[in-house]
Design a protein around this ligand. Structure first.
Ligand code: ATP
Ligand code: MN
Ligand code: MN
Length: 376
């Protein structure tokens, strides 16, 4: 096209799954601001505005340079007018008034607390957090007052709030991996366990740790998750867990998949302390309670039959926006329905088996993207 020489108008493929989106990019400040507006929109129940801001943020993550002037913003593709105004304001004034207002608003702040208490479990968070807000709940102490009305899961989220609101580090994730592998392998020595989610995409921290479990012999997976979780529980490693059984008739349109899944809060023992020079000196006993030697960490465990493993791996690696775009691309461009169980061609009425993520991208006619290029 005639304007393609302008660096800001470089061809951007329209679906995020057609672009490489690295973890580290050149426009962090603006992306963070747009993501605050996206989160706030979803807190207000506006899916359309959430998508608008999320898409704009996602496009900026792919820009190979740092935006400098409001002029450059005019020709940005897939970036709506509202997002452009926000970006221009940040470029001109360093801050955007709307973002500052949102960040300081009572609704946004209370919803964030509610959302954290709900431990970020897919799908249920926003509705409940908003109901709490409408019931006048503004803080953790308000939630403590209605503790009797909370579900077990909500109580666990509230009890471990301080830990859960801290990011999980990669080192902690690796120690969770050792725990999880140890438990599963004590029942099935050659079970395959893969860390998925943000850590697989190269993130150094996350809100939880995600694992995908499989085995070539599907019989070996029967009852394995329940046994391993019960074993961990008996060792005191589990503070809360909820197992969702495998469902065969999950809705194809749903963002929830039908795999057997355990949503858990682990009590992760602290790393063995390095011997420090003053180890052994007696510490003054300020309060009588012994120091806590564990941290509460959210963990998702997913079991996939071997035949669906590659689809589950692709589906649970994320990012959320990448997954949404991949499914939208499949449906709109390829007339295929994709989820973490498989790929179904709607016109040819057939399924496409796959033994690797590469094969799935090939079925969709997409350039293969490594996990670290899926940070849309
Ligand atoms: P974070 O570091 O914040 O945990 P993440 O990318 O790992 O970021 P998660 O919420 O843990 O985010 O989800 C990981 C991926 O798993 C997401 O891409 C999401 O699409 C997928 N996922 C999460 N929950 C479900 C679910 N119930 N059913 C299907 N897929 C899910
Ligand atoms: Mn995760
Ligand atoms: Mn997760």
């Amino acid at each position: 096209s005639s304007v393609s020489s302008d660096k800001a108008t470089q061809e951007t493929p329209s679906y995020a799954c057609q672009r490489r989106t690295p973890l580290h990019h050149h426009n962090k400040e603006i992306v963070d601001a747009l993501q605050i507006l996206a989160l706030s929109a979803s807190f207000q129940g506006s899916e359309a505005r959430y998508l608008g801001f999320t898409r704009a943020a996602s496009v900026l993550k792919c820009l190979p340079f740092t935006l400098q002037s409001a002029e450059e913003v005019k020709d940005l593709q897939f970036c709506g007018g509202h997002s452009k105004t926000v970006i221009q304001e940040i470029l001109e004034d360093r801050v955007c008034r709307e973002v500052e207002m949102v960040k300081n608003s009572e609704h946004y702040q209370s919803m964030k607390v509610g959302f954290k208490v709900l431990t970020g479990i897919f799908g249920v968070g926003i509705r409940t957090a908003d109901k709490w807000y409408r019931d006048g709940i503004r803080s953790l102490s308000d939630l403590n007052e209605i503790e009797g009305k909370l579900t077990g899961e909500q109580k666990a989220g509230l009890l471990h709030y301080t830990d859960l609101q801290q990011p999980v580090t990669r080192d902690e994730a690796e120690r969770v991996e050792q725990l999880v592998k140890g438990a599963l392998q004590s029942f099935v020595p050659d079970v395959q366990v893969t860390m998925t989610g943000g850590f697989r995409r190269g993130k150094q921290e996350g809100h939880d740790v995600d694992f995908l479990i499989t085995h070539p012999n599907e019989e070996a997976l029967n009852g394995l998750l329940r046994k391993a979780v019960a074993w961990l529980d008996s060792k005191g490693s589990i503070l809360y867990h909820h197992i969702k059984g495998r469902s065969h008739n999950f809705a194809r349109s749903s963002t929830m998949d039908g795999h057997e899944t355990c949503y858990a809060i682990f009590a992760l023992p602290n790393a063995c302390p390095e011997k420090s020079p003053d180890a052994g000196t007696i510490q003054p006993d300020l309060d009588k309670s012994p120091p806590r030697n564990w941290k509460a960490v959210r963990v998702d465990l997913v079991v996939a039959p071997y035949s669906e493993y590659s689809y589950a791996l692709l589906g649970w690696t994320g990012s959320k926006h990448f997954e949404r775009e991949l499914r939208r691309f499949s449906l709109q461009v390829k007339k295929m329905s994709l989820n973490s169980h498989g790929l179904f061609d709607i016109e040819k009425k057939c399924h496409y088996p796959a033994t690797s993520e590469e094969e799935i991208f090939a079925h969709l006619g997409l350039l293969y993207l490594t996990p670290s290029e899926r940070n849309a």
